[in-house]
Design a protein around this ligand. Structure first.
Ligand SMILES: [Zn+2]
Length: 199
């Protein structure tokens, strides 16, 4: 589900506020878990040591969030070299720039976040790239980290087609067993259930 905050982020003006311009070789302490639709920067500094100190303090202070230090260089986030702090390797976390077509709220689908921070578009039957520089490609794996992308299981994946929109439908799992409804605990065999009751 999109929260109000997520939708606000899709507006250009607000996106700028969340994504201010950083200086080249500025160190950013960013949140790597949980991820939002834009990288959350919690601290900025031009000193690598300063940023690293702040980062470890934040990691100690939070049980359910993790943070890491990145360096902004050439418009992208990089992993800083261990001792030197100079840009060493491109970071998986980036400030992804969504194509304007996906900034409208009446698109049929949702922007999803890969575990690596990459944003992609989950349509009704397919998964597409939705970035400004790479828009509209059908994908099955994340172009950023290679993880296999699966369709959102929170949707009606487990709802038999005969039961969609039926008031009698229950559908909860008890252990491995799904209770379809009180009348037909194991479901009806085709699409024309005699007890279909429209919502
Ligand atoms: Zn990924």
């Amino acid at each position: 589900m999109d929260t109000v905050e997520d939708l606000k982020f899709l507006e250009e003006s607000t996106a700028k506020k969340y994504n201010p311009k950083f200086g080249d070789r500025e160190y950013l302490v960013i949140q790597t878990y949980p991820l939002g639709k834009t990288v959350r920067v919690i601290y900025r500094s031009y000193s690598y040591q300063d940023a690293e100190n702040k980062c470890s303090l934040e990691n100690m202070a939070h049980d359910y969030s993790t943070f890491t230090t990145r360096i902004f260089h050439d418009g992208k986030l990089w992993i800083p070299g261990n001792i030197s702090g100079i840009p060493y390797k491109i970071s998986e976390q980036q400030f992804w720039d969504i194509h304007p077509d996906y900034k409208s709220t009446d698109i049929d689908g949702e922007i999803e976040i890969c575990n690596c921070s990459y944003l992609y578009f989950q349509g009704r039957n397919n998964i597409l790239t939705c970035l400004k520089d790479d828009d509209g490609r059908n994908i099955t794996v994340c172009p950023n980290c290679g993880e296999i992308l699966i369709e959102d299981e929170e949707d009606d994946d487990f709802t038999p087609s005969a039961c969609r929109g039926c008031t009698n439908y229950h559908g909860d799992f008890y252990g491995d067993n799904q209770l379809i409804c009180a009348i037909y605990p194991y479901g009806w065999s085709d699409d024309n259930c005699p007890d279909f009751l429209s919502e």
